[in-house]
Design a protein around this ligand. Sequence first.
Ligand SMILES: Nc1ncnc2c1ncn2[C@@H]1O[C@H](COP(=O)(O)OP(=O)(O)OP(=O)(O)O)[C@@H](O)[C@H]1O
Length: 204
Amino acid sequence: MLEVKDLTFRYPDTETTWRFTFQVDHGQCIALNGPSGSGKSTLLNLLAGFLTPESGSIHWEGRLLNELPPWDRPVTSLFQEHNLFEHLDVQTNIGLGMHPGLKLSAEQKQAISRGLASVGIAGFESRMPGDLSGGQRQRVALLRALLRDQPILLLDEPLTGLDAEARTQLRSLLLRHKAAGKVLVLASHDAEDRKILADKQLNL
Ligand SMILES: Nc1ncnc2c1ncn2[C@@H]1O[C@H](COP(=O)(O)OP(=O)(O)OP(=O)(O)O)[C@@H](O)[C@H]1O
Protein backbone atom coordinates (compact mmCIF):
# COMPACT_ATOMS: atom_id res chain seq x y z
CA MET A 1 0.00 0.00 0.00
CA LEU A 2 1.10 3.57 -0.73
CA GLU A 3 0.23 5.71 2.27
CA VAL A 4 0.68 9.47 2.34
CA LYS A 5 -0.05 11.12 5.64
CA ASP A 6 -0.19 14.86 6.37
CA LEU A 7 2.47 15.57 3.78
CA THR A 8 3.06 19.33 3.72
CA PHE A 9 5.06 21.48 1.36
CA ARG A 10 5.52 25.18 0.62
CA TYR A 11 7.40 26.69 -2.31
CA PRO A 12 9.98 29.26 -1.13
CA ASP A 13 8.62 32.81 -0.86
CA THR A 14 4.98 31.73 -1.23
CA GLU A 15 2.06 31.75 1.21
CA THR A 16 0.33 28.49 0.36
CA THR A 17 1.10 25.34 2.32
CA TRP A 18 0.08 22.23 0.42
CA ARG A 19 -1.16 19.30 2.48
CA PHE A 20 -1.86 15.78 1.18
CA THR A 21 -3.28 12.63 2.80
CA PHE A 22 -4.39 9.49 0.95
CA GLN A 23 -3.88 5.73 0.60
CA VAL A 24 -3.78 3.52 -2.49
CA ASP A 25 -3.71 -0.26 -2.56
CA HIS A 26 -1.93 -2.54 -5.01
CA GLY A 27 -3.73 -2.69 -8.32
CA GLN A 28 -5.50 0.62 -7.75
CA CYS A 29 -5.37 3.97 -9.49
CA ILE A 30 -5.97 7.23 -7.66
CA ALA A 31 -6.89 10.24 -9.81
CA LEU A 32 -5.82 13.69 -8.68
CA ASN A 33 -8.72 16.03 -9.32
CA GLY A 34 -8.42 19.75 -9.46
CA PRO A 35 -8.08 22.69 -11.81
CA SER A 36 -4.80 23.99 -13.15
CA GLY A 37 -2.65 25.18 -10.24
CA SER A 38 -4.33 22.98 -7.62
CA GLY A 39 -1.12 21.10 -6.78
CA LYS A 40 -1.26 17.91 -8.87
CA SER A 41 2.29 18.19 -10.22
CA THR A 42 3.51 19.33 -6.81
CA LEU A 43 2.20 16.11 -5.25
CA LEU A 44 3.72 13.96 -8.02
CA ASN A 45 7.07 15.69 -7.53
CA LEU A 46 6.92 15.08 -3.77
CA LEU A 47 6.20 11.38 -4.35
CA ALA A 48 9.03 11.14 -6.89
CA GLY A 49 11.45 12.81 -4.49
CA PHE A 50 12.10 15.88 -6.65
CA LEU A 51 10.64 18.13 -3.94
CA THR A 52 11.24 17.77 -0.19
CA PRO A 53 8.25 17.96 2.15
CA GLU A 54 8.24 20.13 5.28
CA SER A 55 6.52 17.42 7.33
CA GLY A 56 4.44 14.26 7.03
CA SER A 57 5.23 10.86 5.61
CA ILE A 58 5.19 8.73 2.47
CA HIS A 59 5.19 4.98 3.18
CA TRP A 60 5.33 2.12 0.68
CA GLU A 61 4.66 -1.33 2.15
CA GLY A 62 5.34 0.17 5.57
CA ARG A 63 8.73 1.57 4.52
CA LEU A 64 9.33 5.32 4.86
CA LEU A 65 10.33 6.86 1.52
CA ASN A 66 10.79 10.49 2.59
CA GLU A 67 14.55 10.30 3.00
CA LEU A 68 15.24 8.29 -0.15
CA PRO A 69 16.65 10.03 -3.24
CA PRO A 70 14.50 9.79 -6.39
CA TRP A 71 16.59 6.97 -7.90
CA ASP A 72 16.12 4.74 -4.85
CA ARG A 73 12.34 5.11 -4.67
CA PRO A 74 10.05 2.34 -5.96
CA VAL A 75 8.48 4.79 -8.40
CA THR A 76 8.68 5.68 -12.04
CA SER A 77 7.44 8.95 -13.42
CA LEU A 78 5.97 10.10 -16.66
CA PHE A 79 5.99 13.86 -16.58
CA GLN A 80 4.61 16.23 -19.17
CA GLU A 81 7.99 17.18 -20.63
CA HIS A 82 8.66 13.58 -21.78
CA ASN A 83 12.44 14.14 -21.43
CA LEU A 84 13.81 11.95 -24.18
CA PHE A 85 17.55 12.16 -24.86
CA GLU A 86 17.75 13.67 -28.34
CA HIS A 87 21.10 12.07 -29.24
CA LEU A 88 19.95 8.52 -28.38
CA ASP A 89 17.66 6.34 -30.47
CA VAL A 90 14.30 5.05 -29.24
CA GLN A 91 15.62 1.68 -28.10
CA THR A 92 18.41 3.28 -26.08
CA ASN A 93 16.10 5.90 -24.59
CA ILE A 94 13.80 3.16 -23.35
CA GLY A 95 16.70 0.91 -22.34
CA LEU A 96 18.13 3.59 -20.07
CA GLY A 97 15.15 3.08 -17.82
CA MET A 98 15.78 -0.67 -17.62
CA HIS A 99 19.55 -0.64 -17.30
CA PRO A 100 21.80 2.15 -16.03
CA GLY A 101 24.40 1.56 -18.79
CA LEU A 102 23.79 1.43 -22.51
CA LYS A 103 24.36 -2.32 -22.83
CA LEU A 104 21.08 -4.18 -23.26
CA SER A 105 20.62 -7.93 -23.17
CA ALA A 106 18.88 -9.72 -26.04
CA GLU A 107 15.95 -10.27 -23.69
CA GLN A 108 15.69 -6.56 -22.87
CA LYS A 109 15.82 -5.70 -26.57
CA GLN A 110 12.99 -8.14 -27.20
CA ALA A 111 10.95 -6.63 -24.38
CA ILE A 112 11.44 -3.18 -25.94
CA SER A 113 10.35 -4.42 -29.37
CA ARG A 114 7.25 -6.07 -27.90
CA GLY A 115 6.56 -2.89 -25.94
CA LEU A 116 6.87 -0.69 -29.03
CA ALA A 117 4.27 -2.88 -30.74
CA SER A 118 2.01 -2.64 -27.67
CA VAL A 119 2.04 1.18 -27.84
CA GLY A 120 1.44 1.18 -31.60
CA ILE A 121 4.91 2.08 -32.89
CA ALA A 122 6.35 -1.31 -33.84
CA GLY A 123 9.74 -1.15 -35.55
CA PHE A 124 10.71 2.28 -34.18
CA GLU A 125 13.81 0.99 -32.31
CA SER A 126 16.42 2.96 -34.25
CA ARG A 127 14.44 6.15 -34.83
CA MET A 128 15.83 9.32 -33.25
CA PRO A 129 13.51 11.42 -31.04
CA GLY A 130 13.83 14.37 -33.44
CA ASP A 131 12.14 12.27 -36.14
CA LEU A 132 9.09 11.43 -34.02
CA SER A 133 5.75 13.22 -33.73
CA GLY A 134 4.66 14.56 -30.34
CA GLY A 135 2.32 11.60 -29.85
CA GLN A 136 5.02 9.10 -30.78
CA ARG A 137 7.45 10.69 -28.30
CA GLN A 138 4.75 10.41 -25.68
CA ARG A 139 4.34 6.68 -26.38
CA VAL A 140 8.10 6.15 -26.12
CA ALA A 141 8.18 7.98 -22.78
CA LEU A 142 5.20 6.01 -21.46
CA LEU A 143 6.76 2.72 -22.54
CA ARG A 144 10.05 3.69 -20.87
CA ALA A 145 8.16 4.36 -17.64
CA LEU A 146 6.23 1.06 -17.85
CA LEU A 147 9.27 -1.07 -18.66
CA ARG A 148 11.17 0.25 -15.63
CA ASP A 149 8.81 -2.08 -13.84
CA GLN A 150 8.55 -0.17 -10.55
CA PRO A 151 5.49 -0.79 -8.37
CA ILE A 152 4.30 2.85 -8.33
CA LEU A 153 3.61 4.79 -11.54
CA LEU A 154 3.34 8.58 -11.36
CA LEU A 155 1.54 9.79 -14.46
CA ASP A 156 1.14 13.46 -15.32
CA GLU A 157 -1.28 13.81 -18.24
CA PRO A 158 -0.03 10.55 -19.81
CA LEU A 159 -2.58 10.48 -22.65
CA THR A 160 -3.12 14.17 -23.32
CA GLY A 161 -2.81 15.15 -26.96
CA LEU A 162 -3.07 11.61 -28.33
CA ASP A 163 -5.68 10.68 -30.93
CA ALA A 164 -8.69 8.58 -29.95
CA GLU A 165 -7.24 5.29 -31.17
CA ALA A 166 -3.95 5.78 -29.29
CA ARG A 167 -5.83 6.80 -26.14
CA THR A 168 -7.90 3.64 -26.20
CA GLN A 169 -4.82 1.52 -26.82
CA LEU A 170 -2.78 3.13 -24.04
CA ARG A 171 -5.67 3.11 -21.57
CA SER A 172 -5.89 -0.69 -22.00
CA LEU A 173 -2.15 -0.94 -21.49
CA LEU A 174 -2.40 1.04 -18.23
CA LEU A 175 -5.34 -1.11 -17.13
CA ARG A 176 -3.19 -4.19 -17.70
CA HIS A 177 -0.45 -2.76 -15.49
CA LYS A 178 -3.02 -2.01 -12.82
CA ALA A 179 -4.33 -5.57 -13.06
CA ALA A 180 -0.74 -6.76 -12.57
CA GLY A 181 -0.76 -5.00 -9.18
CA LYS A 182 0.84 -1.62 -9.92
CA VAL A 183 -0.26 1.52 -8.12
CA LEU A 184 -1.10 4.40 -10.46
CA VAL A 185 -1.19 8.03 -9.35
CA LEU A 186 -2.82 9.88 -12.22
CA ALA A 187 -3.05 13.59 -12.91
CA SER A 188 -5.38 14.07 -15.86
CA HIS A 189 -7.72 16.81 -17.00
CA ASP A 190 -9.63 14.23 -19.02
CA ALA A 191 -12.77 13.03 -17.23
CA GLU A 192 -12.99 9.89 -19.36
CA ASP A 193 -9.40 8.86 -18.53
CA ARG A 194 -10.20 9.29 -14.84
CA LYS A 195 -13.46 7.37 -15.13
CA ILE A 196 -11.91 4.45 -16.97
CA LEU A 197 -8.64 4.22 -15.06
CA ALA A 198 -9.29 5.43 -11.52
CA ASP A 199 -10.61 3.49 -8.54
CA LYS A 200 -10.57 6.50 -6.26
CA GLN A 201 -10.28 10.26 -6.46
CA LEU A 202 -8.32 12.80 -4.48
CA ASN A 203 -9.87 16.25 -4.70
CA LEU A 204 -7.25 18.99 -4.54
N1 LIG B 1 8.78 26.43 -8.27
C1 LIG B 1 7.68 27.04 -7.85
N2 LIG B 1 7.76 28.15 -7.07
C2 LIG B 1 6.64 28.77 -6.65
N3 LIG B 1 5.39 28.38 -6.96
C3 LIG B 1 5.26 27.28 -7.74
C4 LIG B 1 6.39 26.57 -8.23
N4 LIG B 1 5.94 25.52 -8.97
C5 LIG B 1 4.59 25.58 -8.95
N5 LIG B 1 4.19 26.64 -8.21
C6 LIG B 1 2.80 27.04 -7.95
O1 LIG B 1 2.16 26.02 -7.20
C7 LIG B 1 0.81 25.87 -7.64
C8 LIG B 1 0.53 24.41 -7.97
O2 LIG B 1 1.25 24.06 -9.15
P1 LIG B 1 1.14 22.61 -9.80
O3 LIG B 1 2.06 22.62 -10.98
O4 LIG B 1 1.34 21.60 -8.76
O5 LIG B 1 -0.39 22.60 -10.27
P2 LIG B 1 -1.16 21.55 -11.18
O6 LIG B 1 -2.42 21.20 -10.46
O7 LIG B 1 -0.24 20.42 -11.54
O8 LIG B 1 -1.48 22.40 -12.47
P3 LIG B 1 -1.67 21.92 -14.02
O9 LIG B 1 -2.96 21.17 -14.05
O10 LIG B 1 -1.72 23.22 -14.75
O11 LIG B 1 -0.46 21.08 -14.40
C9 LIG B 1 0.61 26.82 -8.79
O12 LIG B 1 -0.04 27.97 -8.32
C10 LIG B 1 2.02 27.15 -9.25
O13 LIG B 1 2.10 28.46 -9.75
